[in-house]
Design a protein around this ligand. Sequence first.
Ligand code: 3HC
Length: 293
Amino acid sequence: MAREFARVGVVGLGTMGAGIVEVFAKGGIEVVAVEVTEAAATHGRETIESSTARAVSRGKLAEDDRTALLERVRVTTDMGELADVALVVEAVPERLELKTEVFAALDKVCAPETIFASNTSSLSITELSVRTQRPSKVVGMHFFNPAPVQPLVELVRTVVTEPDVVDDVRALAESLGKSPVVCGDRAGFIANQLLFTYLNQAVGMFESHYAGREDLDAAMRFGCGYPMGPLALMDLIGLDTAYEILEEMYRQSRNQRHAPAPVLKQMITAGLLGRKTGRGFYTYAEPGSSQVV
Ligand code: 3HC
């Protein structure tokens, strides 16, 4: 019989984690959202509040539904509150050791049948799964930024994931109005393998002064119908996140096209991480803003 997901957990309330909480809560599911510090928890809650307020102002969500959505979200710093959830999605930063620690802590707290999902975009789900006490109940559940808006969810199965775990998480994603796809465990999965090869090449063209940022972005928007050009998209994703994804893809593939363009590291060192710091390839009105100045 298919599992029911009345209550789920999300660990890590950064851009992706907060968006994932919003998706579950909008779908009528109770969410326990865990962060490490009170400050990070408050920031996560604010992200969810402002994103849902935006959805209301755009006519995507009724005010009453927003209130109900927010009531379904419990933000806490106590991982112990995840004892009775059917599924936990981790969305902490892209470091294998950190994600391993999170799953080890969850193994102690959660029931043996709880499914562990990772929102990682490039780390190996297999490597993560064998470090838990439940490798067959570990899947990748990779959302796209902004998670409340993008319909895609990549479900990553390993050689030991139980088929019914994949089936049930797929049904859950569909019930949330998402369009899930299933794939195997290779860095970048489907979308990022294709997307980041392209983004990295665009950064290379910019770095070599082959074309300016506006021309590069305009080419893909007006020539190919992409909603954003590659450099604007890099700013949305975050240059640090993009770099980590490319590095992991390069580590696994040794394909030169995945070797991060050198300017990325320089921009990261200088704190130009994109929208979140107010400056990346473009400069924004303030950190977190989408308004280019
Ligand atoms: N809930 C529901 N709907 C929402 C919402 C919310 N919280 N917030 C915004 N929306 C809706 C808006 O109402 C709007 O809908 P409409 O077009 O029907 O009016 C739509 O979402 C777009 O929102 P905005 O008007 O605020 O913004 P834009 O029109 O400028 O679009 C964008 C912004 C959605 C980011 C669009 O430019 C886009 O799709 N860009 C490409 C993003 C992309 O490629 N993402 C993937 C990145 S890779 C990744 O995530 C992988 C990871 O591993 C790094």
